[in-house]
Design a protein around this ligand. Structure first.
Ligand code: HEM
Length: 264
């Protein structure tokens, strides 16, 4: 074998522990700011992992590997549960503890998380406006541009259903993938039929509903946490705060999968 010999990995070198532990820089002397920084950094790491797994689900559906796609969806759901549960930790911070350093955040806000927008884009919640909030050129801007034009998980699912023999309308298969996922009566008919006679794919639908519900659960819990921490004050990111967040709660990712429930 040729090539340079790599030094044997250690825990610290493999995981870049020194680099990781050097990335927390509170802007105040307030005790709780460390928790605030670490929890956001942990979320960004989970966002990275979620994107990695959502991309895998799409590839597996493209390869008609529905069993493995379901397995990966289960992992995504487990991560989402952990992500929602982590909000409990932040809720141990009282409004006054947060206010002790809030002013030091300037305009910084989760609103500016490009990875959160990437997750939304991959799951079909697309907004051209969201892309323009990120400077050009930057990693964030390039990633969002790419995901904005790429098909969503719902598109991968519809293409998969067509290959499974379902009569998915051509207009749905060729839809503008930069547009929001709209409810479709034709798709709903297909899904109702599928639920009655195709256990394998009905299970897959249930995992997609789990994912949809999991994202809604995060939005709800985050909105409530914001409300109990800053009440009706505007957000540091420039929105109306809790009122804006409440509007995003309860909007399904995959409206057809919800619409059929009352007709099953
Ligand atoms: C005390 C804790 C927190 C407060 C008070 C808070 C507050 C807010 C507010 C007010 C917004 C609306 C946008 C704005 O005007 O700023 C927002 C958005 C957001 N926050 Fe938080 N947040 C907190 C913790 C977190 C954590 C731990 C995360 C994890 C990454 C997070 C992620 C987000 C995301 C992704 C958005 C955008 C949501 C959307 O546009 O639908 N936040 N946050």
């Amino acid at each position: 074998m040729s090539g340079t010999l790599q030094p044997a990995a250690t825990y610290a070198s493999y995981l870049k522990i020194d680099e990781l532990l050097s990335l927390q820089h509170p802007r105040s002397d307030e005790h709780d700011e460390m928790l605030f920084i670490i929890i956001h950094q942990v979320y960004e790491l989970w966002f990275k992992e979620l994107l990695h797994e959502v991309d895998r689900v799409m590839r597996l559906l493209e390869q008609d590997e529905s069993h493995r796609a379901q397995h990966t969806l289960k992992r995504i759901l487990t991560i989402l549960k952990v992500m929602v549960a982590q909000l409990d930790i932040l809720e141990t911070m009282t409004p006054l503890e947060f206010l002790s350093f809030r002013v030091r955040l300037d305009a910084a806000s989760g609103f500016q998380s490009d990875q959160f927008r990437q997750i939304e884009f991959a799951l079909g919640v697309k907004s051209e406006q969201a892309i323009h909030r990120f400077a050009e050129p930057s990693r964030a801007r390039a990633a969002l541009e790419h995901r904005y034009h790429a098909p969503t998980l719902w598109d991968a699912f519809l293409q998969y259903l067509a290959r499974e023999g379902y009569d998915v309308p051509a207009a749905c298969l060729r839809r503008d993938t930069t547009a929001a996922v709209e409810a479709s009566p034709e798709i709903q008919e297909i899904l109702i039929d599928l639920h009655h006679r195709d256990v394998k794919n009905a299970e897959l639908c249930e995992r997609l509903v789990d994912l949809d519900e999991g994202i809604q659960e995060w939005r709800y819990r985050h909105a409530k946490m914001v409300e109990r921490t800053i009440g009706a004050k505007p957000g540091t990111g420039g929105s109306s705060g809790a009122a804006y967040l409440r509007e995003t709660v309860g909007r399904p990712l995959f409206p057809d999968l919800w619409a059929i429930r009352s007709r099953l």
